[in-house]
Write a protein that binds this ligand. Structure first.
Ligand SMILES: Cc1ncc(COP(=O)(O)O)c(C=O)c1O
Length: 459
């Protein structure tokens, strides 16, 4: 028999350490224990139903009850629950999945390397970059540029590219060699009277100045999410990537597209790189690769990088890195089935069909006094909360306006996420219907007006 619920909560408080959680508050508040899911909904241990407006952590594209994925896992478990890809070994799921990923990649790629998380894919990308430039006889060319408020995971190296203070302060990050340029958020960082195109030109110019200051011979790669997600959902301004790519090309700097959130239909194309005209040399992906059902990520690399890695492995005797669970056959089988379902059900087509309605309902919320900007693309949405709508002035961090709104939404049966800068992130499963989109935004509209009242009373 299960222990009484309160006991389970006490045990969670006593034993589980929760990431991205205020540990002291958790001791008083306890966990929200999710016990089951169906379609776009999940239920907690008291039987309350929630519309999962963040698809878990931007990953559960096919919803919480896709039987075909469970079946694919069961079949692979029965056939071969584990094997690896070290030292020339392979498995059928690895072969089929790498072929499929290379076929659908957003730019010509030649090899896929499998890992278990977005963070590991970023970490591997860094190692590949250094190995690549050493192989080219450019041992000084090692710095990697990311953008402030970019999110690229939490390994020591990848966490150095995640340029968000909360995630670096007192962790002794960033490491040297990791440098940061401007975030691409026009609403918050554009100057008065500056057009989006002019903003993009200024950012490209700043990037060029940074490369010149550091020394082009020391800068190896630039990594960017097509849409900046966890740092506050910022969409690139018009002409941004075109101008950034021109600077990178000029100084022989690799372009890395971090597609961990945007990959697999989220923005209305298979890849965010296609939505925004990015021409990557390497691509990281994870999350929707398996609809979040099992941990898996991939790093895809283009010919020019692969050729150097091959020479390096000849020189050293082998390509000297790998993960025990990289290319786990069960994760690969589930990812392969996920990609099959995307194709068979035309999931990208579905996103294109419902996204205009999603974006229309999102934009309507922009008229609230609390919302400085409503922005989004495909099935990504964000509301940036402000204290003063006309100046864009933000609430003090102590007000916790974003957290207040997400708590109100939760009480109404809707899960959304408060991100840095009081930005509410919305990113439902890709299978969401028009009626469920209405349910999501109706709940959110109520939660916003309750939060407005709450903040007004507190002022
Ligand atoms: C763009 C991006 N890169 C990397 C990561 C890290 O992925 P993981 O949490 O699987 O390590 C995330 C996670 O949200 C992400 O959004």
């Amino acid at each position: 028999m299960n222990p009484p619920i309160r006991d389970a909560h006490k045990k969670d408080i006593a034993h589980a350490l929760h990431p991205y959680t205020n540990l002291a508050i958790h001791e008083e508040q306890g966990p929200l224990v999710i016990t089951r899911g169906e379609g776009v909904y999940v239920w907690d241990d008291e039987g309350n139903r929630y519309l999962e407006g963040l698809a878990g952590l931007w990953c559960v594209s096919l919803g919480f009850s896709e039987a075909r994925l469970a079946q694919a896992a069961a079949e692979q478990f029965a056939a071969l629950p584990y094997s690896h890809t070290f030292a020339h070994r392979s498995t059928e799921p690895v072969i089929a999945l790498s072929e499929k990923l290379i076929e659908i990649a957003p730019a010509p790629m030649t090899r896929a390397f499998f890992l278990n998380s977005g963070s590991e894919a970023i970490d591997a990308m860094i190692r590949f970059t250094w190995y690549y430039n050493n192989g080219r006889g450019l041992p000084e060319k090692k710095k990697i540029i990311s953008r402030k408020r970019g999110y690229h995971g939490v390994t020591v190296a990848g966490g150095s590219l995640t340029a968000i203070p909360l995630m670096q302060n007192d962790f002794d990050l960033p490491l040297e060699r990791m440098i940061h340029t401007d975030p691409a958020g026009y609403y918050r960082y554009g100057l008065t009277g500056e057009s989006e195109e002019d903003f993009a030109s200024r950012l490209a110019d700043n990037l060029e100045q940074l490369i010149l200051k550091e020394g082009p011979g020391t800068v190896a790669a630039f990594v960017a999410e097509p849409v900046m997600g966890a740092g506050g959902v910022m969409l690139p301004p018009a002409t941004y990537f075109e101008k950034i790519q021109a600077v990178l090309d000029k100084y022989d700097v690799l372009m890395v597209a971090d597609e961990v959130i945007c990959g697999f239909g989220r923005t209305g194309n298979m890849w965010g790189s296609q939505t925004y005209g990015i021409r990557p040399d390497m691509v990281t992906c994870a999350k929707q690769l398996s609809s979040g059902y099992l941990p898996i990520s991939a790093l895809m690399i283009s010919d020019k990088i692969y050729d150097v890695l091959k020479e390096q492995s000849r020189k050293h005797g082998a390509f000297g890195m790998g993960y025990t669970y990289g290319g786990h056959p069960v994760s690969c089988a589930v990812a392969l089935e996920t990609l099959k379902i995307y194709e068979e059900r035309d999931i990208v087509g579905h996103v294109r069909k419902v996204a205009p309605h999603f974006q229309r309902r999102l934009t309507e919320l922009g008229s609230s006094i609390l919302v400085g900007e409503a922005r989004g693309v495909g099935l990504i949405g964000a509301l940036e909360l402000v204290m003063n709508k006309s100046t864009g002035e933000q609430y003090s961090p102590e007000t916790k306006a974003g957290a207040a709104l997400s708590a109100r939404a939760l009480a109404r049966g809707l899960i959304v996420r408060a991100l840095p800068g009081d930005v509410i992130g919305i990113c439902p499963p890709l299978i969401i219907t028009k009626a469920q989109i209405d349910e999501l935004f109706d709940s959110l509209a109520h939660a916003i007006s309750e939060t407005e009242d709450q903040l007004r009373r507190a002022a």
